[in-house]
Design a binder for this molecule. Structure first.
Ligand code: FAD
Ligand code: DHB
Length: 407
């Protein structure tokens, strides 16, 4: 590998050069660009959607303590500090009764609610605020020369062909991006698991039913009550994989949510106008390694977890922390060891989070292939986890986010 060199985000005709080319302006790409900027490393971010689109795409909402601390420590968390909702625990409802898992008591940490699109807005504003390059609405993105010393990102902008020559490329373009598929098939291994159900998610103008999230195990299937603000609820229902959202009227959704979450003294589901609804697929997926030549895959480009447990965005942020540190060691000290161990370091966390997300999904959903014995077993496990401090602690420790491990 070539040693560190000064590089400039220069433009000559349609060509540019930078130190790190970043494909994708989701949480992974934007957090990476921010961390590199703070370390004095130049990058160019390209995104195939518009700024408006990425700033309004409804997705994740729960941040582990480590993710939020990183944003605050690096100066990107100002608005988040004002608007976030800090949760010291969560509720689990089963057999119609509400139980609470107290993270603060069990592991001394908390999580917080802050919508992914708000985080994206903050990070876009920070980047544009220091005048760093961020190109929206690019097309026909392709990667070239990944094995050589000067990998390239080619794309079209306003119909004109463009090329960025980089030292390194970060593939942060999500599950459907082009980075992962730019790796030759014999250099990458895929691991996956499908689930026989999906989630129907709604956003409703209704105050949250409870002060913290409610995960519900029910004979009719899983339900989750979460939130985006003191006046906005986000609710999810386990549904058929092939479900057509057109068959779910607002009335049917509320009926089903009421049925699944009913029970317990003083319980009343908070309801209001539904302002958005959609179906989310459930899958577990990972690739090994997360690197090929000078391309590093990060976030959903490298792995997907089912949403139960809210790990996807947090894992994306953890990956780019590892990558930013490795790039900093290279540019500041000429070290290539951390780049070489990037994939190994990330995958240790990835597989622990894969395990946890799969486990929480298996614990709380109804599987039609399973029988009454399995449902009794699920209930016994939830009972154990909510009544044993040892059981509750292992759940809480994973939920709030495992500590970062550096190689
Ligand atoms: P993305 O957010 O997908 O960003 C990739 C970016 O690359 C996108 O902006 C995309 O437009 C762009 N792109 C794609 N292709 C190209 C291309 N060819 N060229 C240039 N740009 C390209 N995670 C949590 O941690 N907590 C939660 O509470 C949570 N809840 C969720 C709820 C739902 C309903 C869903 C769907 C997901 C949830 N997740 C959650 C997962 C989380 O949203 C993702 O894991 C997260 O967005 C991953 O970030 P990323 O930057 O890796 O990928
Ligand atoms: C949210 C989503 C999740 O999958 C989860 O486990 C917790 C919260 C959310 O969208 O707020």
């Amino acid at each position: 590998m070539a040693g560190p060199r000064r590089s400039f985000a220069i433009t000559s005709g349609h060509n540019m050069r930078t130190q790190v080319g970043i494909v994708g302006a989701g949480p992974a790409g934007l957090v990476l660009a921010h961390l590199l900027h703070l370390a004095g490393i130049e990058s160019i971010v390209i995104e195939d959607k518009s700024r408006h689109y990425i700033e309004h795409r409804l997705r994740a909402g729960l941040l582990e303590q480590g993710s939020s601390e990183l944003l605050i420590e690096t100066g990107a968390g100002e608005r988040m500090m004002r608007e976030r909702m800090v949760h010291d625990g969560l509720y689990i409802k089963f057999k119609g009764e509400l139980h609470r898992l107290d993270f603060r008591d069990l592991v001394g940490k908390s999580v917080m609610i802050y919508a992914q699109q708000e985080l994206v807005k903050d990070l876009v504003a920070v980047r544009l605020g220091y005048g760093a390059p961020l190109h929206f609405e690019v097309a026909n993105v392709a990667l070239a020369d990944l094995e050589g010393p000067r990998p390239k990102i080619r794309f079209a902008e306003k119909g004109e062909p463009r090329e960025i020559e980089c030292d390194y490329i970060a593939g942060c373009d999500g599950f459907h991006g082009i980075s992962r598929s730019s790796v030759p098939a014999d250099k990458i291994t895929f691991f996956d698991r499908d689930y026989p159900f999906a989630w129907l998610g709604i956003l409703a103008e209704a105050p949250p039913t409870k002060d913290e999230l409610v995960y519900t195990h029910h004979e009719r299937g899983f339900a989750l009550l979460t939130m985006r603000s003191p006046t906005l609820s986000r609710l999810y229902l386990q549904c058929e994989k092939t479900e057509d959202i057109a068959h779910w009227s607002d009335e049917r959704i509320w009926d089903e949510l009421r049925l699944r979450t009913a029970g317990g003294e003083g319980w009343k589901l908070s309801e209001g106008p539904i302002v958005q609804k959609g179906i989310t697929d459930m899958r577990s997926f990972a690739v090994e390694p997360m690197q090929y030549g000078r391309l590093f895959l990060a976030g959903d480009a490298a792995h997907i977890v089912p949403p139960t447990g809210a790990k996807g965005m947090n894992l994306a942020i953890a990956d780019v922390r590892v990558l930013a540190r490795a790039l900093e060691a290279f540019y500041k000290a000429g070290r290539t060891d951390l780049l070489a161990s990037y994939s190994r370091t990330c995958l240790r966390r990835v597989w622990k989070v894969q395990r946890f997300s799969w486990w929480m999904t298996s614990l709380l959903h109804r599987f039609d292939t399973e029988n009454a014995f399995d449902r009794r077993r699920q209930l016994a496990e939830i009972d154990y986890l909510t009544s044993s401090r040892a059981g509750a602690t292992t759940w809480a420790e994973n939920y709030v986010g495992l500590p970062m491990e550096w190689d």
